[in-house]
Design a protein around this ligand. Sequence first.
Ligand code: HEM
Length: 489
Amino acid sequence: MVNEQTKIPLKLLPAWRICRGSMSTQPTTATDPERTAHRNRGSEPEGRYRFPPGLDVNLLWYALRRFLPVDPIALFSHLGNTYGDIAHYKLAHRHIVYLNHPEYIREVLVVQHANFIKERVQQRSKILLGNGMITADGDTHWGQRRVAQPAFHRQRIATHAGEIVRRAVELREQWQPDSEVDIYREMMHYSLGVVGSAFFGRDLGEEVVALNSAVSDIMDVYHPLVLLPGIRTLLKIPFTPLRKAIRARDAIHAMADRLIDQHRLQDDNGDLLSMMLNAERQMQWSDEDLRGQVVTIFLAGYETMAIALTWTWYFLSQNPDVEARMHAEIQEALGDRVPVYEDLPRLQYTEMVLAESMRLYPPAWAMGREAVRDFALGEWSFPAGTTVLMSQYVMHRDPRYFDDPLKFVPERHTPEARAGRPRGTYLPFGMGPRQCIGESFAWMEGVLTLATLVQRFRVELVPGQRIEPQPLFTLRPKYGICMTLKSRG
Ligand code: HEM
């Protein structure tokens, strides 16, 4: 079963000396007495900057020893539980600040967004994935976003509903009653197929299997890739496990190149790749730039969605009452016919189930930024180059905003409940100008897919398996999730 604990297990902590502070419920204000006490206890001004309290040991030795500075979710939960709204630590010479309050998060992602670029770990993934919309910054990023925007317009998105449902029907027709499947693998292949046809006008067919396995090969070396110094040189050495990632990258690049070459020979069919090709000359994009963007949309669009659907199946299997209510809604809205785009307003409970699944297991579990110039948050101040980290996983489980946070309760997402929560407490798609461009598409794909599949099947968890979220680039189930498919007859 899943370990729902958010507190860091003590055995995970190396022998750090910890500055203990108390937890507050408000972001910093200069007059907040609890904060002042906190500051007096823990913070040491370094030069002209004022850092909040936090770990007073440098994490580098541990990162170098294990390539992984403990389980990052456990570390973030620990920082939140121990230091409250904001905490500071160092990794080598680098200052890191962890934000655990919606106002601080909003300040960085919305109010002061122009002072932040993507942080180092994401920058490093360019080595394998290229410079697409997720990793690019500044004018390059805005140029890419402007070109892609029309493909994500609500009206444009609605035109993909039929294809999504067609693919979901195809999947449910392949599913054999009482058979066992790895639902994670099923969802990965399915959503890769959806992205291929919706944004690139291409039916990937059996190619999805090889592509998905290439992405898994890259994820296997994710930690050394983002943490090891001198990675570019290491990647060139033959016969290391890292070479597997290079081969996987080459396979993904070859797929993207084929897609681009085929598109160049076709008439403009109005899909995202056609938009990119039309803009190519004007934006002075090289072949490599274009490829980076194609790969980014593929990965951003399929992996997150597949993970959201996978965890939703898991929660449905664990919450039969929720599952029954969702099925009843689908029956009432659709009867025996398949859903269409216009049914979405009648499938609100289904959407709430998806939303609650993304609260407990947000596919994008953390976000990071790096400051371009010195900046301040409340009474604290930081130098340029500081890394700022935030975790949806931890924020979504904060008892200040979610009662009984570990319980699966879709009703937390009624319009009234949402309106009663501060902005920045629920952010599976991020916030601010770099909020997920595919959010509307993802809600539509998620709800239509679940409605089509739940119409015919429910799932039962195969007993005795280990289920564990693994926080890599996304929050994958580490060992997959085996489910028995139960036909509704
Ligand atoms: C459940 C599904 C999804 C989740 C949870 C999700 C989550 C996110 C999050 C949290 C960000 C912001 C990252 C940050 O600020 O650091 C993001 C950005 C992005 N997402 Fe998604 N996403 C999903 C689906 C999609 C889909 C379907 C697409 C496209 C087909 C997509 C494409 C992108 C792109 C291109 C960005 C970068 C936007 C920018 O920086 O301007 N995502 N996503």
